[in-house]
Design a protein around this ligand. Structure first.
Ligand code: SAM
Length: 187
């Protein structure tokens, strides 16, 4: 078995964590690949809340989701993921997924930023029910990504003192700092 990329490992882990009928969140919808994956996992009775700041990205995500036949299961929000607490009850969410950074080949002005990401992570922590799972893929290969990744890892580390179980996964031997995945289960 070849070690999977962080984004692939996130899917493998979440596939086991999500039950039919669950309410889950895609905090960074982008082109909608993760949104479709989540919509498939929650089934017809479930719901995915999907966030992106870019209208263009959300339009593509909408089309990707429609092509997969899952439009009914997804609620799109053209706003920052820092506002997710406005759309879900505390303790009602099974999974929150973040894929940070910017869309490949896209305007870097829309990269995620540490302060906003940390605010969104605080909200995600409140919305998750006990036993719920948070995944975050960080990209420390560019300067803002390195700063953001360090802050996110610090944030995740602090959760272990609140009874969460947290792990980190990354490739070794890469030329630039490699993307890494944080997996956190709320205790
Ligand atoms: C790496 S891409 C996500 C890829 C996506 N998960 C997919 O499967 O195609 C990161 C996305 O986060 C979005 N983003 C940046 N800041 C955001 C914020 N504060 N709230 C929500 N989305 C944001 C960007 O516009 C970009 O589309």
């Amino acid at each position: 078995m070849t070690p999977p990329r962080p984004t692939e490992l996130a899917h493998t882990i979440l596939h086991d964590a999500i039950r039919e009928g669950d309410r889950v969140i895609d905090a960074t919808a982008g082109n909608g690949h993760d949104t479709v994956f989540l919509a498939e996992c929650v089934g017809a009775a479930g719901k995915v809340l999907a966030y992106d700041l870019q209208e263009q990205a959300l339009e593509i995500a909408r089309r990707t989701v429609a092509a997969a036949g899952f439009s009914e299961r997804v609620e799109f929000h053209l706003t920052s993921h820092a506002r997710m607490a406005e759309h879900a009850e505390r303790g009602s969410v099974a999974v929150v997924m973040f894929n940070l950074g910017y869309l490949p080949g896209d305007d870097h002005a829309f990269t995620t930023r540490a302060e906003e990401t940390l605010a969104a992570l605080d909200s995600a922590a409140e919305l998750l029910h006990t036993g719920g799972v948070l995944t975050v893929v960080c990209y420390p290969g560019h300067p803002e990504g390195a700063r953001e990744g360090a802050r996110v890892e610090e944030w995740a580390h602090a959760r272990t003192e609140e009874g969460w179980r947290v792990a980190k996964y990354a490739m070794l031997g890469t030329l630039r700092p490699a993307p890494f995945l944080l997996i956190a289960r709320k205790g």
